[in-house]
Design a protein around this ligand. Structure first.
Ligand SMILES: Cc1cc2nc3c(=O)[nH]c(=O)nc-3n(C[C@H](O)[C@H](O)[C@H](O)COP(=O)(O)O)c2cc1C
Length: 221
């Protein structure tokens, strides 16, 4: 079986992945989540308790951790509303082998896990300690480091926090505006290193979304 360390995970360091689960209706879904590896057999997932992934992990006690560096996959799974019909296509998934969860067909590697323990990481975030059941990697070729690719993923992470912070108290709103500055830095990198690409398109869409959230939160005041 492929080793977690072969996939670039290091103990105690967050690796950004996409966690896929079934919801209460048995519908496949997925969301980007940071993973902390504890050993080759154990890892931690820390979802906000407001997320659907949290509810699904609580209910089903299993998931697939999908390894990818494709910004499109991060974007589609972080913002389900960016998909056709505002929902993730079922064609993105197949059933996992060892656990009752879906896995992403386009992932470079998959880690099938069972939840062993549930705890709390912070007031807003739970922590699931998971046992690894299966690790599988594709034979993808090495890929060149592309600043735009990583800047796009970085901007998507910030954008997922901007929406709730804009709706929060004064302190949280301040934080939202700091994150917005970071998104603008990422946008600048993308537009310089990958103009007219899918990455610059995603950045433009993110920018539009953020403007909408800002207008919504101002109209609520
Ligand atoms: C790279 C990346 C890492 C993320 N890590 C986490 C995480 O560790 N925990 C979390 O709750 N949300 C995380 N998010 C945000 C969620 O993916 C996002 O809120 C998503 O919409 C939740 O979807 P769900 O409600 O379907 O679970 C991350 C987003 C990105 C882009």
């Amino acid at each position: 079986m492929t080793n977690l360390y072969d996939l670039g995970f290091l103990e105690g360091i967050i690796g950004e992945t996409i966690v896929s689960t079934y919801d209460v209706d048995g519908q496949a879904t997925a969301a980007p989540m940071g993973i902390v590896v504890e050993s080759n057999e154990r890892l931690r997932i820390r979802p906000y308790t407001s997320s659907l992934t949290y509810k699904n992990l609580q209910a089903n006690r299993c998931a697939v951790v999908n390894v990818t560096s494709n910004p499109e996959l991060f974007y589609l799974t972080a913002f389900k509303e960016s998909n056709t019909n505002r929902k993730l296509s079922l064609e993105l998934f197949e059933k996992a082998e060892m656990v009752d969860a879906p896995r992403l067909l386009a992932a470079d590697a998959i880690i099938e896990v069972l939840v062993a323990e549930t705890g709390s990481f912070s007031p807003e975030r739970a922590e699931f300690l998971c046992n690894v059941q299966l690790v599988k990697a594709s034979k993808a070729l090495p890929t060149v480091y592309c600043r735009a690719q990583f800047a796009t993923i970085e901007a998507i992470i910030h954008a997922t926090r901007i929406k709730p912070f804009l709706r929060g108290n004064k302190q949280e709103q301040k934080h939202a505006f700091r994150l917005l500055e970071l998104v603008n830095v990422c946008k600048d990198v993308v537009n310089r290193t990958a103009p007219n690409s899918r990455y610059s398109e995603i950045m433009a869409e993110l920018h539009q979304r953020i403007s909408l959230w800002k207008n919504e939160s101002e109209s609520l005041r």
